[in-house]
Design a protein around this ligand. Structure first.
Ligand code: ADP
Ligand code: 5GP
Length: 214
């Protein structure tokens, strides 16, 4: 939903985290399909590409050497080692989006979220996605069938270490029914876009309203 009198605002850094398999990529895809004004931050990673993934769409797939060079040049807004691979957020696209008043969606882990809080807390809105049960989490990882058995086992083992960070987030969703979780996530984005602190153009707009009465 958008206002018919658009007022310039600062973009939202919309962060989604969850244990692997809880459904944050599915939720992210729905949001990107339905909402015009939000773009995905495309991370760099040293993880091998999954069969369904495309370079430059889901990730930029890089070597460890390339990753470390980017990190050491300061090109990454945040980075972390997750499940034995490096992941990081390129800085420039984020800066450009925020200045243009466009929202940006991050699918990053809790370590990255804490770094974004340190860099720009007032721009960040964070959502933690929980699975309805650990049994369902396991089934989803198996049904996705894009990782090997040992990678799935490692991700399940790491799930508890991710889940304990739920209380560092602004919002928490249980992804039982995908459409219901999506609808709640969309509501969060809608109200956060309207937050007074993001609406830099309201001051001049109100001045103009008052001037009409003078
Ligand atoms: P993540 O990005 O958190 O690792 P995915 O979005 O890839 O998780 O979801 C993992 C698997 O679970 C996918 O096969 C996806 O289609 C499925 N899935 C996601 N949400 C739901 C849901 N609410 N109910 C049933 N299956 C789901
Ligand atoms: P996957 O390999 O399933 O795509 O992602 C594994 C984990 O890495 C997920 O928790 C995902 O959110 C996280 N991740 C992906 N990109 C980044 C990133 O740029 N930074 C950080 N900190 N985590 C990321």
């Amino acid at each position: 939903m958008t206002e018919t009198t658009p007022l310039r605002r600062r973009g939202v850094m919309f962060v989604l985290s969850s244990p692997s398999g809880a459904g944050k990529s599915s939720l992210a895809r729905l949001l990107l399909d339905r909402e015009r004004d939000i773009k995905l931050s495309i991370s760099v990673t040293t993880r091998p590409r999954r069969p369904s993934e495309l370079e430059g769409v889901h990730y930029h797939f890089v070597t460890e050497r390339q990753f470390l060079a980017m990190r050491d040049r300061g090109d990454l807004l945040e980075w972390a080692e997750v499940h034995g691979n490096y992941y990081g957020t390129p800085r420039d696209p984020v800066d450009e989006a925020l200045e243009d008043g466009r929202d940006i969606l991050f699918d990053i882990d809790w370590q990255g979220t804490l770094q974004l809080y340190e860099a720009c807390r007032e721009d960040v809105v964070s959502v933690f996605v929980l699975p309805p049960s650990m049994q369902e989490l396991r089934s989803r990882l198996e049904r996705r069938a894009e990782d090997s058995a040992d990678v799935i086992a490692r991700r399940l083992k790491n799930a508890a270490q991710e889940i304990v960070h739920w209380n560092e987030y602004d919002y928490v969703l249980v992804n039982d029914d995908l459409q219901a979780a999506f609808s709640n996530m969309q509501s969060i984005l809608t109200v956060e876009r309207l937050r007074r602190q993001r609406r830099s153009a309201v001051g001049p707009f109100v001045d103009a309203l008052l001037a009409e009465m003078a």
